[in-house]
Write a protein that binds this ligand. Structure first.
Ligand code: F6P
Length: 472
């Protein structure tokens, strides 16, 4: 019976070396949840990096065996590979380019060479598991070359690819010295999925401009095969967030926070540390709100969670410093003896505390400069069963295509953002409920499970079509 193999840079379990030995930490991430029922089925597997550097061969066997019992197969990477393939080409070349920050992009041949080599390493790991008729679903920008590498070795496999970040305009992509290789890499797939039609259009335009291939109605004709391209906006596990927000644990945490904050109103911001998230602009807008509407001084606080990420990449370290300084400056400027404008946390929160933060917040500020989708926006909506709360959402997050009942803003427009904050704080309760109801119905229906199912169905269909269209 044909198997399904999921491939992503990181495995859904993180292995860590502690003083008590190795620990295996399952990921709470949406992707792991959405694909759980697929990769855990008999014979199926998830291939990816377990997140630690090996010390010896015995450790390798031990980890591989432990992960195998939970349907996972590790690809071990060296420190040099992580530096050049992950921090280098993936996060210093592709990430800034695909998020419209070309000024941060580096173009290092050594990073490219490592990216090719690590994609080949992933290919070998998949080939060790994949039969000739299996289905392989590859995820994200770290593995753009993998579909074509797999296709060469397993021409009969059904191969899908999903990009979790934006696909940029052709004008951005064409700057990359390796643009053609990257596009050819993707075209090894039968189906290529994006979060939005906009990203999909950019990809089709890049393929026709840079490779000169005909593209029509989401179909790309390569000399040997037809590749289907489509939009699949990713969702969340709605019930999990709704239930977490209603849980006793979340309510208890909320009471504790409430006691600490008094009667103050809360605006919430949660992100990974990343220059794409617009964190500095958000802080400036909050400062403008307090300057322009002094009635909010002493009344509204920004609760800002920044989750550490990629701190070995220079721009991330610089951004951390910029945020620290801005928070310091604004708190010094506006604080009173018994009130703090900004509560800033540089760490992650466990799920029940996160649920409490969503409960507590009257306004969520989700204002990235660019974001493939942004699931925080959907998590906030799912957590607001009582119909109270306002989502302020960047028009440049993929989620804005679906959540149009949010206050949709341009994140570069600090004035506009400050005004949206004011508007959110004075929005009548019935308007809040109306907007949230519409968004909640959508987030509930188009969840991560329907997303995975839709992609897998379309992948099977694209393979069927491949057979019908294949030249004799
Ligand atoms: O948004 C793209 C993404 O790769 C997510 O899949 C992931 O959760 C996030 O960026 C952080 O990725 P990492 O810590 O692996 O660099």
């Amino acid at each position: 019976m044909p198997k399904t193999i999921i491939v992503s840079n990181r495995l859904p379990t993180k292995v860590q070396r502690t003083e008590n030995g190795l620990t295996f930490q399952p990921s709470e991430g949406g992707l792991a949840t959405g694909l759980g029922s697929i990769y855990r089925q008999d014979g199926n597997a998830w291939v990816g990096w377990p997140g630690l550097f090996l010390e010896d061969a015995a450790e390798e066997d031990f980890i591989a065996e432990a992960l195998r019992t939970d349907s996972m197969a590790p690809v071990f990477l060296t420190e040099a590979e992580i530096q050049e393939y992950y921090e280098g080409f993936s996060n210093s070349t592709l990430w800034p380019t695909f998020h419209y920050f070309p000024q941060f992009a580096t173009y290092e041949p050594a990073h490219w060479a490592a990216y090719v080599a690590v994609n080949e390493k992933f290919c070998r790991a998949v080939l060790a598991l994949a039969g000739p008729e299996d289905t392989i679903w590859v995820h994200d920008y770290q593995l753009l070359l993998l579909p074509a590498l797999l296709r060469r070795e397993r021409p009969g496999c059904t191969i899908g690819f999903f990009l979790h970040i934006p696909f940029p305009s052709y004008e951005l992509l064409r700057v990359l010295p390796w643009r053609a290789e990257l596009l050819h890499g993707l075209l090894g797939a039968d189906l290529i999925g994006f979060h939005t039609f906009g990203y999909m259009r950019h990809f089709l335009s890049a393929v026709s401009h840079l490779l000169g291939l005909p593209t029509q109605n989401g179909l790309i004709e390569t000399p040997t095969r037809t590749v289907l391209v489509d939009a699949f906006p990713m969702g969340i596990d709605y019930e999990r967030y709704a239930e977490a927000a209603a849980s006793d644990a979340a309510r208890a945490h909320e009471r504790t926070y409430r006691q600490a904050l008094g009667t103050g109103r809360v605006v919430l911001s949660i992100d990974r540390l990343d220059y794409t998230k617009g964190i500095a602009q958000r802080l400036l807008a909050f400062g403008q709100l307090l300057g322009r509407y002094p009635e909010w001084v002493g009344q509204v606080s920004l609760l800002m969670v920044v989750v550490p990420s990629r701190d070995q990449v220079p721009q991330y370290a610089a951004l951390k410093q910029e945020i620290d300084e801005l928070v310091g400056r604004l708190n010094a400027q506006y604080r009173t003896i018994d009130w703090n404008p900004i509560h800033y946390f540089y760490r992650s929160f466990p799920p029940d505390e996160l649920a409490a933060l969503y409960r507590l917040a009257e306004v969520a500020l989700v204002t990235p400069m660019r974001d493939g989708m942004n699931l925080v926006a959907k998590e906030f909506v799912a957590s607001k069963a009582d119909g109270r709360g306002v989502l302020i959402l960047s028009e440049r997050a993929g989620a804005a295509r679906e959540l149009s009942d949010a206050l949709v803003i341009n994140p570069t427009d600090i004035n506009g953002l400050a005004e949206a904050l004011h508007q959110a704080l004075v929005m009548p309760a019935d308007e809040q409920a109306q907007r949230l109801d519409t968004m909640r119905a959508l987030v509930k229906r188009y969840n991560v499970f329907s997303w995975a199912k839709l992609f897998m169905n379309q992948l099977a269909y694209s393979k069927m079509k491949q057979h019908t269209l294949a030249p004799d």
